[in-house]
Design a protein around this ligand. Structure first.
Ligand code: SF4
Length: 446
């Protein structure tokens, strides 16, 4: 019988509750588009199913497409969905199943109780091809695979990002009305690096790719961007502003080639504080949002988090970006050691520094990190769906969980109302979000 060479690539829905950022931030499934390109080159037929945008269920998709192979990616909060999809693929189609992505890379053992045949522990997507070509799994690094006794684990090595192909964006183009970053619709994703050279304690990203930062040639990045049929580009690197010379070359090439787009990227406050001139140039070529992990308004927390930056850099970064006219999205962590006044201090700091865009994450020890060992005894849930930074997963030290949520929701509501007054979220349904926040405030949950 001829091999069934249909390969379904799955990105699960973000959450099954309405309290998520669907319709506000919806991300192009870039990882799947890379895999799709690679598989097509190998003679496979591929389709993508992205739970963020699809109207038919995955079960329906499986029943109509009947793939021979299914790959599922996802974050920690999507772990349950990932397992459910592998189970469905096995039951309905008897597919060979692959699991990969950010969560699985370091938490592969959490999938040993499921229906995954292969788990990728690397960014090297070409390992999938090695498996499909029948190479002995013992000889394929960067994977875990099913054996008669359970699973075997092979070592993982850093991947050179330069090996990635240009992604096949046909799925993105078909769903351009869905993929957005806030008011930037549509918004295409571009990756120029993996990992991050910094060592922030709470962060998962700096441990990926075996902790090795790898970047693409910026000239090739510009080539890629030029060809993308989309006016908005979101650099999904963990930190795009690492190397000032590389960023300056990007500016130069974009100017020379007269590329006119808007850009979103992540960057650190200390980099912005050190390079005000470069920020002005980024504004000139179209940088629209820079997402900055300000994290805290007190140096003791920044020190504790090993942020290698301080609050004076935070203040300077907000001022510089406000002055040049790039929207700064200030991201904060509300620590599990917070008292009520600490939540209020964040609000005061935001107001005083005229920071318009904010995002608040609840301190969450990542599952495979050293922090998890520190917090394991304090965990109040084991459900991976709570690892969305909107839920308290470990017991706060100075407040009850109930009061912690109360202060958290007051802060979120205060910042949201401030954003409403500043007119920054005019593209969303304010009524819905205010109702959600108020409901959660009195339910004392996330
Ligand atoms: S700078 Fe950002 S991406 Fe890098 S380790 Fe710190 S938090 Fe993580």
């Amino acid at each position: 019988m001829a091999e069934n060479r249909r390969f379904l690539l799955v990105h699960p829905e973000i959450a099954r509750t309405k309290y998520n950022f669907s319709g506000v931030i919806d991300n192009e499934p870039l990882e799947l588009e890379y895999i799709s390109t690679m598989l097509k080159e190998e003679g496979y037929e591929t389709e993508i199913w992205d739970g963020q945008v699809e109207t038919e269920s995955l079960t329906q998709k499986l029943q109509t497409y009947m793939p021979g192979y299914v790959y599922v990616c996802g974050r920690t909060r999507q772990e349950n969905f990932m397992k459910e999809y592998c189970r469905a693929a096995k039951m309905l189609c008897g597919s060979m199943t692959f699991v990969g992505g950010l969560h699985a890379q370091h938490n592969f053992r959490r999938f040993y109780d499921g229906d995954a045949d292969y788990i990728l522990t690397t960014f090297d997507i070409y390992k999938i091809v090695d498996i499909l070509k029948g190479k002995n799994p013992k000889e394929i690094d960067g994977i875990c695979y099913r054996t008669d006794d359970g699973y075997a684990e092979n070592p993982s090595y850093p991947f050179d990002i330069a090996k990635l192909p240009f992604p096949d964006r046909s799925y993105f183009y078909r769903h351009k009305d869905k993929y957005r970053y806030l008011e930037l619709l549509p918004c295409a994703h571009v990756r120029t690096s993996y990992c991050c050279p910094y060592q922030c304690k709470f962060c998962y990203r700096n441990r990926l790719n075996c902790g090795v930062y790898t970047k693409r040639s910026i000239d090739l990045v510009v080539e890629e961007i030029k060809e993308i049929d989309c006016d908005n580009i979101y650099f999904i690197d963990d930190d795009f502003l690492v190397d000032a010379d590389r960023v300056a070359r990007f500016v130069k090439l974009v100017k020379e080639q007269n590329i006119r787009k808007k850009y979103v990227c992540y960057g650190r406050a200390d980099f912005i504080a050190r390079h005000p001139g470069l920020m002005k140039e980024l504004k000139e070529i179209g940088f629209y949002y820079i997402l900055v992990g300000l994290e805290a308004v007190e140096d003791k927390y920044l020190k504790e988090y090993r942020k290698s930056s301080d609050t004076s850099c935070n203040t300077a970064a907000v001022k510089i970006l406000n002055n040049v006219g790039i929207h700064i999205m200030g991201m904060f962590i509300v620590d599990l050691d917070f008292r009520g006044r600490d939540f209020r201090n964040i609000y005061r700091w935001v107001k005083k520094n005229n920071l318009k865009h904010t995002a608040i994450s609840i301190f969450t020890p990542e599952m495979s990190s050293e922090l998890m060992e520190q917090y394991r005894e304090r965990l109040i849930t084991h459900n991976p769906e709570a690892w969305d930074y909107l839920h308290v997963v470990a017991k706060p030290s100075k407040l009850s969980v109930k009061m912690y949520y109360f202060h958290y929701h007051i802060l979120v509501a205060g910042l949201f109302i401030k954003g409403w007054r500043d007119g920054i979220y005019d593209f969303i349904d304010y009524g819905f979000y205010i109702k959600s926040i108020v409901k959660n405030m009195f339910r004392f949950g996330g």
